[in-house]
Every structure is written in C-alpha cells, then in structure tokens.
Design a protein around this ligand. Structure first.
Ligand SMILES: Cc1cc2nc3c(=O)[nH]c(=O)nc-3n(C[C@H](O)[C@H](O)[C@H](O)COP(=O)(O)OP(=O)(O)OC[C@H]3O[C@@H](n4cnc5c(N)ncnc54)[C@H](O)[C@@H]3O)c2cc1C
Length: 455
C-alpha cells in the first residue's frame, strides 16, 4: 500500500511523484513506457530541439550579414536526429535517476483503475494490483486526426512520427495552423522544405492575440510558408505523392502532417469503475484540489477538462493535487497567469487575457504596445521585428500581455508577475530594465501603459 499511486509518468505524473517527496509520502508511478511522457519523449523537448537546429542553420546562413564568412550550411539530418535523440535520452535518464533518488517506485505496465484506491497493472500478460491512499490519474493525450486523414506513419503522420522523420521531407502539407503546426512550419521552412499550412479558422494559432498571429504569419510567409486560411480540406489522395484537395484547388506534397489537436487518454483506464465524471472524454475535477467526483481520485495534466494542455500546467496541477493529498490544503493553480508560448521564429508568448478576450469579456481596457524595431539589442542581433503589448483595465491592473519577437518565451515571465500579482501599470513600470537588453521592449511598453513614454 502506497500513500499515492500515479498512473502516467509525463509532466503531470512525474511532477506529482517528485513533489510528494516534500511530504515524505510513499509513491508508486506507473507508466507503460519509461517516465517522461509526451513532453520529454515526443513533445516539447524534441520539438524544441528541431527548432533549435533550424535556428543554428539560419544563423549560419545569415552569418555574412554580420561580416562572418562561412560556406552555405548543409543539414546533416542524421546528425540532427541523433542530437534530438541524445537530448531526449539524457533527460529521460536524468528523470529516471531523480525519481529513484526520491524513493519513487517505478512500475512499468499499463495501469487501469479497478475501483477506488486500486490500480491494476498489466505488463507482458502479468497482472498485479497496486493500492494507494490516493490515486492520481495523469495518462495524458494523443494526436487527433480528421475524417479521411488516418495516420499511416509515412504519408499521413502526426507530430509523433514527424519528430522521427528519417530524412527531411521536401514538400509538407500541415493540416492545422495551431501551435504545433506552426512550430513544424517554422522549423521545416527554415531547413529548406516547401510548406503549406491549412487552417480552417480565420487566423493561425487560434486563441492567440490576432495581431501577434498576423505578425507570425507575415514572417513565416516571407520565408516561404504558404498559408491557406479559412480553408477546409477534403480527404487526401494518397499514392506515390499526396494530394490535398480544398474547394476547387489542391496541392501536391510528399507528406501530410495532421496537427488538429490532442484528445485525452481516458479510454480503457477503468474510469467506469469509479464515480469520476467526464466531459467529452476529459476528466472533470474540482480545480481547487484537482480531485474528481470520486474522493481520493485526482486527475492532472492533459486529461483534465477545461485547462490548457501544457507541460507546466501539468506540473502545477500535480503540485496542487499532492498538496491537497498531503495536507488537506487547497493551493489551486493560478490559470490566469499561465504563460503560453509558441516557439516559432519569431516566438509568440502570452499571459492572461489577449486584447480580443478582454473585449469579449466586455472589459474596458487600455492597450500599450512597443515595437522591437527601436530596441538596440534587437537591432544588434538582427531580430527587430515584433512587439510587446500590455493590456490593463481602465484605471486598473494589468490583465494580459503578448510578446512576439526574439526570445518572447523568456520575456513573457516578467509580465507573468504583473498579471499574477495584478500589478498596476505604474507599479510595474517603476522597475528599471538593463540596457541594452530585449527586456527593454517590455519596460517601454509598461511605461506606455502607465501613460508615459520614453523613446
Ligand atoms: C509536438 C508537441 C510539442 C509540444 N510542445 C510543448 C511545449 O513546448 N510546451 C508545453 O508546455 N507543452 C508542449 N506540448 C504539450 C505537452 O507535451 C503536454 O501538455 C504534456 O506532456 C502533458 O503532460 P501529461 O502528464 O498530462 O501527459 P503526457 O505527457 O502525455 O504523459 C502521459 C504518460 O502516461 C502514459 N500512459 C498513458 N496511459 C497509461 C496507462 N493506462 N498506464 C500507464 N501509463 C499510461 C503515457 O505513456 C505517457 O508516458 C507539446 C506537445 C506536442 C505533441
């Protein structure tokens, strides 16, 4: 009998397991693979490694603009793939070591709830039952597809397959212009592929600030990505090549990458043996505690209904669940201040409300923005496109922010504090930013939000 049994060793599950150590709780962590989950093995980490390959390639390709003369770069795909695998392996091994060091019992096998407090684990035909005072379900998510676009792993693929392509595809159609689709588009176009992005809605990275999405689209378009926005694709014709029809038109490519969202892994995990409630397959929880309708059963990460499918949200939900199990205290996640980053080139980062969401909620807001084109550091590094934007309630606190541009994913964090602490623009603008840094774009925006400006 363990204090906590966790099913799923991705960010939600492994963060729960690691955090339980703070309270001296005994933990069993069940995963049918090595712990790491989507994020470490086929998500955040490998995707960002490929994006970094593209960044290095682009830096070398543009070196002459800085007076550094090199030969035009060639991409050794095998070496880049090996680097990706090495990064994943290093992190997965490191995590395994850390879990062991903290005394977590790792059980390899498929876990299925078998009533309150019980998990049946199946591995190579053998079954065992593991019992816990509390159970945390963290089984994560899988790539979804659309009718006619069944994954075959070769011509019609998901991000799982694309991260392991044995060579660079020459022509790719990406169905879905969300975060994952745009990250692949950015990487692929930078390493020389022909890329088409199809998005059924009227903007890419739906849900993001419309102006930031346009800026990203413009910059990707300039580098060669062909966007088909507001377009619904028909079933593809798969042969030697693949044809994607849309309306009276079509494009011919070598491979289709479908990135239309991720569904919860809640089928076949025994949720019918407990009294938890589902919404469209996602698990409903009390967001104060992460507890389901079944006392002692918690859910965290991508399977939770209505919370963002992000690794760091999984971490935070794991912490909230374990805190409740260990102490009975409620320490809910502050979903309002979760940073959301699209790691394209340029990056798009947001926290709190976008300008559009503030309008939808009927808030009266002021919007301050400052472009990167006057920021010394941005000019030095040759990345002076984009802007920072701060949204504050009229005569009130900062409620949201967007940064699109160089290192936006890092810059957003100081704005995270402003949103999380409900800072007034004047309070946030009182701090000084080092010169010359990219952060000055944020400092200048905050100054404008406070009704003043410098440059
Ligand atoms: C291409 C891509 C890029 C991404 N990039 C980012 C990013 O940059 N930043 C970010 O924040 N998020 C990113 N994400 C999302 C992120 O990966 C997920 O939000 C995160 O992994 C969810 O964590 P989780 O613990 O809920 O589930 P998962 O990471 O999906 O882990 C679930 C684990 O449970 C195991 N499992 C499932 N069912 C069972 C069972 N019945 N028994 C035993 N084990 C089981 C699975 O094998 C898996 O190991 C990306 C996702 C993808 C696909």
């Amino acid at each position: 009998m363990h204090d906590i049994v966790i099913v799923g060793g991705g960010p939600g599950g492994y963060a729960s397991a690691l955090y339980a150590h703070n309270f001296g709780l005994s933990v069993a962590l069940i995963d049918d693979e090595r712990p790491g989950g989507t994020c470490l093995i086929r998500g955040c980490i490998p995707a960002k490694q490929w994006l970094h390959v593209a960044e290095v390639f682009t830096t070398v390709a543009h070196a002459a603009e800085f007076g550094v003369i090199t030969e035009h770069p060639n991409l050794d795909w095998d070496a880049a793939l090996a680097r990706k695998n090495q990064t994943v392996e290093g992190l997965v091994r490191g995590l395994g070591g850390l879990l062991k060091k903290k005394g977590v019992e790792i059980i390899t096998g498929f876990g299925r709830l078998a009533g309150p407090g019980k998990v049946e684990v199946e591995s190579e035909g053998e079954k065992q039952t593991v019992e816990g005072g509390a159970v945390i379900l963290a089984t994560g998510s899988h790539a979804r597809s659309i009718p006619g676009y069944d994954f075959d792993g070769v011509k019609v693929v998901s991000s799982d397959h694309a991260l392991d392509w044995p060579k660079r595809p020459d022509r790719v159609a990406i169905i879905g212009g969300g975060v994952i689709g745009c990250e692949f588009a950015s990487f692929l176009v930078d390493v020389g592929a022909e890329v088409h992005v199809f998005e059924v809605l009227d903007q890419i990275i739906p849900g993001s600030d419309a102006e930031a999405a346009k800026q990203l689209q413009r910059q990707l378009q300039k580098r060669g990505v062909k966007f088909h926005i507001g377009v619904r694709v028909d079933a593809p014709k798969v042969g030697e090549t693949v044809v994607v029809p849309f309306g009276a038109e079509s494009v011919e490519v070598d491979v289709i990458l479908v990135s239309v969202g991720r569904g919860p892994n809640t089928e076949g995990v025994g949720l019918d043996t407990v009294s938890a409630e589902l919404d469209g397959g996602f698990v409903e929880v009390d967001l104060n505690t992460m507890q389901t309708a079944q006392p002692g059963l918690y859910a965290v990460g991508d399977i939770v209904a209505g919370t963002p499918q992000l690794a760091h949200v999984g971490f935070a939900e794991g912490i909230a669940a374990v805190t409740h199990i260990a102490t009975g205290e409620t320490r809910p996640v502050n979903y309002q201040a979760v940073p959301r980053v699209t790691y394209t080139h340029p990056e798009v980062a947001e926290v709190g409300l976008t300008e559009g969401q503030a309008a939808e909620q009927g808030l009266e807001v002021d919007v301050a923005r400052h472009a990167f084109n006057g920021i010394g550091r941005a000019i030095i590094i040759g990345e002076n496109q984009g802007f920072a934007k701060v949204i504050s309630e009229k005569d009130g606190a900062i409620v949201g922010a967007t940064v699109v541009g160089p290192h936006a994913g890092e810059l957003i964090h100081e704005l995270m504090y402003s949103v999380g602490w409900e800072a007034l623009p004047d309070e946030a603008a009182a701090f000084i930013h080092a010169h010359p840094t990219l952060s000055e774009a944020v400092g200048e925006t905050l100054l404008s939000a406070a009704g003043r400006s410098l440059h």
